[in-house]
Write a protein that binds this ligand. Structure first.
Ligand code: PLP
Length: 364
């Protein structure tokens, strides 16, 4: 009978498990478990981080005006309708805290990002899982899943951990099919990797209940610094700003993100390399008899025969210093999620999987 007890729902939260980063007894390790940019941050961002050190005694800007202006200029968006957070995770928390509570439902897709569930429960709301169609977001199922209790619908597009993507027409059908008082959150953590995709920004302009979230953690290689942002109707931004801590982002975070978003040449090169190596990784695995869905992100979801084979391959890769992500907690125990590394890393993965298959009498 504890005297101090947390709010209902909190003890139901399963702790988030991050990608592994070490293997006992192996020195030359490549981490391909957290969808990080293998090339790291832009040199301009690194310089900005270093330069910010001398200003550590100063409180940071509370309105993030310079970073929002930079993001707005690069993406052609109104800076007044942008909010910045400690990773997009913080924005996901703001949305749940502001719009969902006990008795409310928060929809997410079958193999959706686990933060949606965690954050909904933290707000006291009830996460509701909606089936996908062969690992692809199912618009009709989401619309059918809405009840009078639904407050928020979260989808990641491209999705993590599946890598699959739904196009403009599907997104529009989803936005049109949801009640006006339900917020649709388009999590664009991997939006840049889907060629020609605006992350849903045009839909945000059209629908006051659509919110786009973005991050500096993946393509921009700044996951360690924690910077994300969202684009939404003024009314929504105003609500979220009321619960945002005034100094939620440090000088260093702000400076790094601004330099990173302005360095378009660096980003263009990272995107090119990702596209090339992603195709190589997917094709190489397919040649070994390991299929994956078309990925529009910076990772591949490799599908093995069964959970036992996926686990055995994971252990084999670890013994070679290659850390990938098991996705049993996403209900995909027969799969491994492999971040697209640089050319050498992809070669190492393909060689190791080929050896794994050969040792087992090769199905390839
Ligand atoms: C990595 C990721 C994020 C980004 O989280 P940050 O808090 O910005 O680091 C958000 N959504 C999805 C689906 C992700 O995979």
């Amino acid at each position: 009978m504890p005297r101090i007890a947390p709010q209902p729902g909190i003890m139901d939260i399963a702790l988030y498990v991050g990608g592994q980063s070490r293997v006992e007894g192996v020195d030359d390790v490549v981490k391909l478990s957290s969808n990080e940019n293998p090339f790291g941050p832009s040199p301009a961002a690194i310089e900005a981080i270093a330069a910010s050190a001398a200003q550590a005694h100063r409180y940071p800007s509370t309105d993030h005006a310079e970073l929002r202006a930079a993001i707005g200029a690069v993406h052609g968006l109104d800076p007044e309708r942008i909010i910045c957070g400690v990773g997009s995770d913080e924005i996901i928390h703001f949305l749940n805290q502001a719009y969902a509570g006990p008795g409310d439902e928060v929809l997410h897709t079958e193999h959706g990002f686990s933060m949606y569930k965690i954050s909904a429960k933290a707000a006291g709301a009830t996460p509701v899982e909606v089936p996908e169609r062969e690992r692809v977001t199912d618009v009709e199922a989401l619309i059918a899943g809405v009840t009078e209790r639904t407050r928020l619908v979260f989808i990641a597009n491209p999705n993590n951990p599946t890598g699959t993507f739904i196009g403009e027409q599907d997104l529009r059908r989803l936005a049109e099919g949801l009640p006006e008082d339900v917020i649709l959150v388009l999590d664009g953590a991997y939006a840049e990797f889907a060629e020609g995709y605006d992350g849903g920004a045009a839909l945000v302009d059209e629908f006051p209940n659509v919110v786009m979230t973005r991050t500096f953690s993946k393509l921009y290689g700044l996951g360690g610094l924690r910077i994300g942002w969202a684009y939404a109707a003024r009314e929504v931004i105003d609500v979220l700003n009321r619960i945002r801590g005034p100094f939620n982002l440090s000088n260093t975070q702000l400076a790094a993100a601004e330099a990173a978003v302005r360095d378009r040449a660096y980003i263009a090169n990272c995107l090119r390399q990702n596209a090339t190596q992603r195709a190589r990784l997917a094709q190489g695995l397919a040649d070994l008899g390991i299929p994956s869905d078309r990925s529009d992100a910076n990772f591949i979801l490799a599908r093995f025969t069964d959970a036992a084979e996926a686990e055995a391959c994971d252990l084999f890769l670890q013994s070679r210093g290659l850390i990938v992500r098991r996705v049993g907690s996403y209900n995909l125990p027969q799969c491994l999620r492999i971040t697209v590394g640089d050319e050498a890393a992809v070669t190492r993965v393909l060689d190791a999987v080929a050896d794994f298959r050969a040792e087992r009498g090769g199905a390839a």
